[in-house]
Design a protein. Structure first.
Length: 276
């Protein structure tokens, strides 16, 4: 298990590009045949992935969690961005297709990931937060997610938001997840930007080829920075930081939040005129 120790808002202002990447980015995910996990000090979120090939992969427990099994005191959100696969939780198997989401409740002891075909493996993105209540594990097909069509071609931000792990669809302790897909010709997400003072958020970008990048903007409105992000990489956004991005082409990103509430619309919007 890797660890990510983020900087506070004062140290952030003096950091180099390399220091920013070390403090806020999670890379090295989606390794074929392996489970990768990164423990962050922001709300104790864990960000990771599982890419099973011929053999299944089991969600491990690390000594740093000081628990008997991974989800003993945690809940987990999983979204598959690869080929079709199956996830077995305490003996019950869920058929998880591309863009499907799986909520795994606190107290689930055994979690096993499988791919239907090794030459087109499932790629499971994993996000976990501490949980203080138990809720049932539930599969959410892409068609069951709440869909929101936003943006416009004129503003280069035409996009579809799929809210899959959220109140009204899945009962959770604190985690909220989904993904946003930008239309061809659109490159901006979350503009005008906002912050979540009562939550932290993790963005994981994908649907990018090897020659494409996303420029993720972060920081306070008067002290913004950008991080160059590639396919399958994530950025951890503290509650004081805005978050938005522009890509060299359209892309998709998974957003996941944990914190004081689960209200998707609980945002502190930022006046575009204040950005620096």
């Amino acid at each position: 298990m890797e660890f990510l120790f983020t900087a506070d808002r004062e140290r952030y202002r003096r950091m180099t590009t390399s220091e920013l990447r070390e403090s806020y980015m999670v890379d090295g995910m989606f390794v074929p045949g392996d489970v990768t996990l990164c423990y962050t000090d922001i709300d104790r979120a864990i960000v990771g992935s599982a890419v099973p090939l011929e053999d299944s992969l089991t969600l491990p427990v690390h000594k740093e969690l000081a628990s008997d099994f991974f989800a003993q005191r945690r809940e987990i959100g999983v979204i598959n961005i690869g080929g079709s696969g199956k996830v077995t939780v305490d003996g019950e198997t869920y058929d998880v297709q591309n863009r499907d989401s799986l909520y795994i409740g606190r107290g689930s002891k055994d979690v096993e990931f499988r791919s239907d075909a090794a030459d087109d493996p499932a790629q499971y993105y994993i996000l976990s937060y501490p949980a203080h209540a138990e809720y049932p594990t539930r599969l959410v097909k892409q068609s069951e997610a709440k869909r929101m069509d936003l943006g416009s071609k004129e503003e280069c931000n035409e996009r579809i938001i799929h809210q899959s792990i959220r109140p009204g669809i899945v009962d959770t302790c604190q985690i909220v997840m989904g993904f946003t897909q930008l239309a061809p010709g659109s490159i901006w997400n979350t503009m005008p930007p906002h912050t979540h003072r009562r939550r932290t958020e993790v963005y994981m970008y994908f649907d990018l080829d090897d020659s494409s990048n996303v420029f993720h903007f972060m920081g306070e409105p008067d002290e913004t920075r950008s991080l160059v992000v590639r396919n399958g990489e994530a950025v951890v956004s503290p509650s004081w930081s805005l978050h938005c991005a522009a890509g060299t082409r359209n892309y998709t990103f998974i957003w996941g939040m944990g914190g004081e509430n689960q209200e998707f619309d609980d945002m502190d919007h930022i006046d575009m005129k204040t950005l620096r």
